[in-house]
Write a protein that binds this ligand. Structure first.
Ligand code: ADP
Ligand code: 5GP
Length: 228
């Protein structure tokens, strides 16, 4: 019987970082190797890109539909980012967390800060590129944005990097496997937090203490020899 009972609840993990830093790549890689992790699918009003899959990368809706969903209280948080709406649907999140599943929200900073107000115990991780020229290369290599969009996203990235201290953890996404290992380490540490303890259950406490005392008694007294 363990001495403490900790919450079995999953962690809500918020991942942010400049566009192109590798957020989706890192989180997908993590989830591929962990059964107890799930990525929330956001809703957006942005146009689909060639590699987007409806219902997988996002749920795509019109601006009008998005605004209707806001009114209906459908979102846990939402933000207007680079001219488009992005939002996290409320449904499924609590259900997954209660089942002990870690839920990843890959969202931008305004949304992350709303989550921080609502759910301060969530885990906030900011991904940084090793340097800005790598970020530029990654944005270009993704091949999903026009030159204008890349410039706009790069300019936004400059501003966003200053927000890093609002997060609990910062991880530099250089080698993908190393980044994933760091995310694993963060989540393992989070499970060890004392504020997850629900109960300290020293069942048969007296017996336990008695046993400890007996053991102490049986231990020979240490003789400390000091060389002269
Ligand atoms: P984000 O979700 O932050 O916008 P993506 O996950 O789409 O970024 O990654 C942007 C590009 O960078 C993709 O082409 C991806 O393959 C590449 N990438 C991501 N992480 C790494 C890494 N650690 N090393 C090299 N390339 C990476
Ligand atoms: P992209 O257009 O590159 O897919 O996403 C642009 C930005 O929106 C990224 O930083 C992404 O993490 C963020 N984003 C995606 N979904 C959501 C969401 O549900 N809420 C918020 N606030 N941001 C999101």
């Amino acid at each position: 019987m363990s001495l403490i009972k900790s919450k079995e609840r999953g962690s809500l993990v918020v991942i942010s970082g400049p566009s192109g830093v590798g957020k989706d790549t890192v989180v997908n890689e993590y989830v591929k190797n962990h059964d107890n992790a799930w990525i929330s699918v956001s809703t957006t009003s942005r146009a689909m890109r060639p590699n987007d899959v409806e219902g997988e990368t996002y749920n795509f809706v019109t601006k009008e539909k998005f605004e209707k969903l806001i009114e209906e209280g459908y979102f846990l948080e939402y933000a207007d980012y680079v001219g488009n709406y992005y939002g996290t649907p409320k449904k499924f999140i609590n259900e997954k967390l209660e089942k002990g599943i870690d839920v990843f929200l890959v969202i931008e900073i305004q949304g992350a800060m709303k989550i921080k107000d609502l759910i301060p115990e969530a885990v906030f991780i900011f991904l940084l590129p090793p340097n800005l020229s790598t970020l530029k290369k990654r944005l270009k290599s993704r091949g999903t944005d026009s030159k204008e969009k890349i410039i706009e996203r790069f300019r936004t990235a400059y501003r966003e990097i200053n927000e890093v201290t609002k997060y609990n953890y910062v991880v530099i996404n250089d080698e993908l496997s190393e980044t994933v290992k760091k995310i694993e380490a963060i989540l393992v540490s989070e499970k060890c937090r004392c504020d997850r303890i629900e109960e300290v259950s020293l069942n048969n406490e007296e017996e336990y203490m008695h046993m400890m005392l007996l053991e102490d008694k049986e231990m020979p007294n240490k003789v400390i020899e000091i060389d002269e």
